[in-house]
Ligand binder design. Structure first.
Ligand SMILES: Nc1ncnc2c1ncn2[C@@H]1O[C@H](COP(=O)(O)OP(=O)(O)OP(=O)(O)O)[C@@H](O)[C@H]1O
Ligand SMILES: [Mg+2]
Length: 348
């Protein structure tokens, strides 16, 4: 049995000490030249030395975590830990004990006392990623923590003083979540003294060539690229593309190019199909404005059944749904009887 005073470190988290660099960040370099990013970075530099809470908004892959880390590094807490936790990844009870810790015996399985991430971040920065996913219960505990500067471990009676600088991020429109009643208004104001918006890559296309050059010349597979350059046509295609997955998607494409491209320079023929032909017209041409989705689904499912001569197992496999779902759908369509028994499968 473990000693009752033993303090276990939190299990699922990321802590970066002063001298460490972010593992994903290639020396934490933020590459940009666009006016949009100049404004963001200007604001970031002004905010970093303060203790103001910062809320970073932006679509997925726009660099929110990178910005959060830069706030920490450029502030006066950089010699203390930067602790990141993803609020969307853990269910409520687990998030609470990760964040605030728990006492021994607080719940089944709490064999020893555990220090929460907020406590680990003491003196430094706590980064709450995907804060928009936080449940109402945790929202009120976080609010109390921000107001009082104290936490309670789960099952704990004693308040523990904790001094953190809070940075949060979300790809949701948090003000709309407030109106919809999903996010507490008082907490919204607390976490949002300063708001930074990470612009999507399609609104700062000037950054694409620099980022491409950066990603081709860094990372684990840099040796495979052998210092190759990308030709103008291919670079123009990358710049024109809309990047729904933003910088993360660009980074992935560059990694793929490092590994797969052959030839002396990287050319159009090396680029993934969706970038060479970002044409959505094929789908649009097929669109029938008179057909609601459920009708489309029904016809598609029945087509699959006919294709497989009524064999529901084969049809469900091909449709990527379970046989149970297929049965439910058929009941719903009133077609169950018709397909209850199937004729021989096509291929036997
Ligand atoms: N301006 C930039 N310069 C260099 N690398 C960048 C830049 N912006 C983002 N990146 C890199 O792109 C990747 C995605 O960034 P990050 O994880 O910070 O985005 P995010 O907004 O937190 O994404 P998600 O919403 O998916 O969590 C990271 O590897 C990051 O280092
Ligand atoms: Mg992130």
């Amino acid at each position: 049995m473990s000693d009752s005073n033993q303090i276990l470190p939190p299990s699922d988290f990321q802590i970066l000490g002063a001298s460490q660099t972010h593992p994903m960040l290639n020396q934490n370099q933020i590459i940009y030249k666009s006016e949009a990013m100049h404004q963001v970075m200007g604001m970031l530099d002004r905010v970093a030395p303060s203790k103001a809470t910062v809320l970073i908004l932006g679509e997925s892959g726009t660099g929110k975590e990178l910005l959060a880390h830069a706030i920490h590094q450029r502030g006066n807490r950089s010699h203390k830990p930067f602790v990141a936790i993803n609020c969307g990844a853990l269910r409520e009870t687990l998030l609470e004990s990760e964040l605030f810790g728990h006492e021994k015996g607080a719940f089944t399985g709490a064999y020893s006392r555990k220090v929460g991430l907020a406590e680990v971040a003491n003196g430094g920065t706590l980064f709450l990623d995907e804060i928009g996913e936080m449940s109402p219960g945790i929202q009120s505990k976080l609010l109390r923590f921000l107001q009082e500067g104290e936490i309670y471990r789960v099952g704990g009676k004693e308040p523990i003083k904790v001094d953190i600088r809070l940075v949060s991020a979300t790809n949701k429109e948090l003000d709309k979540e407030v109106i919809a009643g999903n996010f507490r208004e008082d907490l919204f104001y607390r976490v949002n003294t300063i708001m930074l918006s990470a612009p999507p890559l399609r609104r700062r296309r000037e950054d694409v060539p620099l980022l491409v050059q950066h990603f081709l010349n860094t990372g684990e597979n840099v040796h495979l690229n052998r210092g190759r350059r990308i030709d103008d046509e291919a670079l123009a295609a990358l710049t024109k593309y809309d990047w729904p997955g933003n910088i993360r998607e660009l980074q992935n494409v560059c990694e793929r190019l490092q590994i797969l491209a052959d030839g002396e320079t990287i050319a159009m023929s090396d680029l993934p199909q969706q970038i060479v032909e970002p044409d959505q017209k094929v789908i649009l041409d097929d669109y029938d404005a008179t057909m609601p989705l459920h009708e489309f689904e029904k016809r598609y499912i029945l087509k699959a059944l006919n294709y497989f001569d009524g064999n529901k197992t084969q049809a469900a496999n091909a449709l990527g749904i379970t046989i149970k779902t297929l049965y439910n759908k058929l009941h719903e369509y009133g077609e169950f009887e018709k397909y209850a028994v199937h004729s021989r499968p096509k291929s036997s």
